[in-house]
Design a protein around this ligand. Structure first.
Ligand code: GLU
Length: 372
């Protein structure tokens, strides 16, 4: 069952920590390990699974390249180190992935990219497009520009936010532990937990705070990530990355801890759109558009007859028919001002009407929930 969660997943995000990527003695990139890991990713991709990697290691690699002294770094030093290290990291991924015929896409995110709905829509559609093209996105925080107030701070939560944003159904956090224990694993009597059905206060109390000099996450951030993941309908595993071929090992039954989602990503997202958000306006649509939505299609500007309320791109709006019945809710692609200009027009006219080439849909079908 737990193995199937990985091998049957459609869309998998795998996070790898700095400690796995860098050699503890030399601080250099652990290339043989990366090679084997990427081979696992390529195998899963070839099987039809969509794969995304969240990779740490930029700061660790950059610090070595810049020959910075050991110990705690100032914020600006770690930002400088990240700028240097990220290039090497991306290069290594690109080289190794290309041997498997895969394009590697670098994505550097800041907190706003997943927290602010307008930017969230942009980041999501870029990631979806890359996956459609068969590329493997390699994601990290944009450490060089992210300052303490505007950063995720750790890639565990970043990976969970990404998984939630793109409706992934599986997230794997690879680190130097093989899961969650009832007490620090070195203590006698500490028991490994293969499965966590619910993150209770007792479970939270089991997470220590251990984080190393290079990596920011400990068990606490992994639990925070698990909460984000399962809320979004994504199963999450914490597994040992300190083996060659860590994903293959998990598929072969290596010990890990699974956090189980109780709903699918689609159900979680639909619930969020239909119930979790305040609608800021209304789009009134014609009968043709009502039929199109009923067939699972997107809402195009041509079908909109009136725009009510003040909203921005990414806000939730209500969709009503000519009689005022609520047909659906969704996240709108355009602000109310732009929607007003576009209503009743064909998507081909968007550039002329707005002065920039926008997306064809007023609301994309992935962002729409029909009222039953
Ligand atoms: N973004 C950081 C890096 O690339 C790592 C953050 C973390 O360790 O979680 O070095």
């Amino acid at each position: 069952m737990s193995i199937a969660r990985l091998s049957n997943a459609q869309r998998v995000v795998v996070k790898i920590g700095s400690a796995l990527l860098t050699d503890a003695e030399t601080g250099k990139l652990n290339r043989p390990w990366l090679q084997a890991f990427v081979e696992d990713v390529a195998t899963m991709r070839a099987r039809g699974q969509e794969m995304l990697i969240v990779s740490s290691g930029a700061i660790a690699l950059g610090r070595r390249a810049l020959k910075l002294a050991p110990g705690k770094m100032k914020l600006e030093e770690s930002q400088a180190a990240a700028a240097v290290g990220q290039i090497g990291l991306a290069h290594a991924f690109q080289e190794i992935l290309s041997a498997y015929g895969r394009s590697c896409a670098q994505i550097l995110l800041t907190l706003d990219d997943t927290e602010e709905r307008r930017r969230y829509l942009n980041a999501r559609s870029t990631l979806n497009t890359l996956l459609k093209f068969g590329a493997v996105p390699v994601i990290n925080e944009n450490d060089t520009v992210a300052t303490s107030e505007i950063r995720y701070g750790d890639n565990d939560r970043l990976a969970a936010r990404v998984a939630s944003m793109i409706s992934a159904d599986c997230l794997v956090l690879l680190s130097d532990v093989d899961g969650l224990y009832t007490a620090p694993p070195s203590q006698p009597g500490a028991k490994h937990l293969p499965e966590v059905a619910e993150i209770t206060p007792e479970i939270e109390a089991m997470a220590g705070d251990a984080a190393s000099e290079m990596s920011r996450g400990g068990m606490k951030t992994k639990l925070a990530a698990a909460k984000i993941a399962v809320e979004s309908g994504c199963n999450m595993a914490i597994g040992n990355g300190r083996v060659a071929h860590p994903l293959r090992a998990l598929e072969d039954g290596a010990r890990c801890t699974w956090f189980t989602a109780r709903q699918t990503p689609v159900a979680a997202r639909k619930r969020w759109i239909s119930g979790g958000l305040k609608t800021l306006g209304t789009l009134v649509i014609d009968d043709g558009a009502v039929r199109a939505l009923g067939q699972g299609r997107s809402l195009l500007p041509a079908g909109v007859t009136a725009v009510e309320g003040k909203f921005e791109r990414g806000d939730a709006v209500s969709i009503r028919d000519a009689e005022g019945r609520e047909i659906a809710r969704g996240l709108v692609t355009y602000s109310s001002d732009d929607a007003e200009r576009l209503k009743g027009h064909n998507s081909g006219e968007i550039e002329t009407l707005l002065g920039f080439s926008g997306r064809a849909e007023m609301i994309h079908r992935d962002d729409l929930v029909l009222k039953s």
